[in-house]
Design a protein around this ligand. Structure first.
Ligand code: ADP
Length: 147
């Protein structure tokens, strides 16, 4: 696991997106930080293994999910990040979102994960959604939780 450092510069900010309104709010906070700190942004969407009855989702439906994520990234880039385009990259990974986000932060040497407290399931009576909670508990770097 990456050792914590005393660095306070946010060179690479990881922004996990489920494309919910909350995740877009977190993206806007990350964009503001990136503008102030000259950071690079990595947008990450994780495609979960879905169970349909007893069948795990097929390769075709999985690549369809990846294709849709790439399309949504394009929309997000156009709508929110046109001023930063050369400093933004996107990734689609497979797995359980909390685990995959923490692994990506480690692989990519991210200084900060900027993530919303809630997402697509919008169950508001929990203080944190399950993905956000997992990231706060297990991230190898600082986490900015955006309400
Ligand atoms: P909720 O239970 O309210 O949906 P989550 O903890 O799942 O809350 O979501 C919190 C945030 O985690 C989302 O706004 C999003 O930024 C991130 N997130 C959730 N699922 C994914 C995913 N599959 N890929 C990338 N980021 C995700």
């Amino acid at each position: 696991m990456k050792q914590p450092t005393m660095s306070t510069s946010w060179q690479r900010i990881l922004v996990p997106l489920d494309f919910s309104d909350d995740s877009i709010t977190a993206l806007q906070r990350a964009r503001d930080l990136a503008e102030t700190h000259d950071s690079n942004l990595v947008l990450l969407h994780v495609v979960e293994p879905a169970f349909q009855g007893l069948r795990i989702q097929t390769e075709a439906s999985h690549s369809e999910a990846e294709r849709m994520a790439q399309q949504k990234f394009q929309g997000v880039m156009n709508d929110y990040l046109s001023a930063l385009q050369d400093r933004v990259s996107v990734e689609v990974r497979d797995g359980r979102p909390g685990d995959a986000i923490c692994r990506a932060a480690e692989d990519l040497n991210a200084d900060l994960i900027c993530i919303a407290t809630h997402g697509i399931s919008a169950i508001r009576h929990f203080m944190l959604g399950s993905v956000a909670e997992k990231v706060v508990r297990h991230a190898p770097c600082s986490v900015l939780l955006v309400r």
